[in-house]
Write a protein of this length. Sequence first.
Length: 228
Amino acid sequence: MPSMYEIYENHAPEYDELVDREDSRGELRDFVSAFVRPDDRALEAGTGTGRVTALYAGRASRALCCDRSAHMLERARARLSAHGAKVSYRVLGNLELARAADSGPFDLVVEGWSFGHTVSDFPGREDETCDALVAACRACLAPGGRLLFLETLGTNAPAPAAPAPFLDAFYRRLEGAHGFSRTVLRTDYRFPSVAEARRVMGFFFGDKMAAGVEAAEVAEWTGAWTLG
């Protein structure tokens, strides 16, 4: 099983095998579509292959997609090509996001399953890292701008919960220190077969996860943290 950063740098097609099977109930699609306002100027951190961007790009007036991986952004560029020049791309890490203010201001900053990885890079400094990420986002916002953070609440789990202590600390900091509101979404994966589900889930999450997959539909919980 490659590390998540190895996947981001080298395995965009395999990454899409996973995320293209997510949100089988459409709850994430509906939530993002309702949250993004017509003509929003959007900044996205940790864009990856553009799976979240694709949910709102038709509504936003423009989107600047940032990611530390040029490899992932090239895949995003192909996925989002129908939106033309309204979507632009920039190689930029999460903690560097404030540099995107020179292309703003933005009405909305969104991230999906990315900030949690940044928090994991600094063990024992969850609060400081959370504060830095929120500050970087706020530096890019227009007055009255909004934030939307999407992060995991568990994969192949019976109920939503932070799957690691560092994520629990991150989520508590967002809510307690920064005033974010949390919405729980059911974003199950649906594969064509149990064997395919085990193969793809095992590549990303390891043999233990693969062994625990018993159906072609795999439970997935997502938290949507919003501010503004």
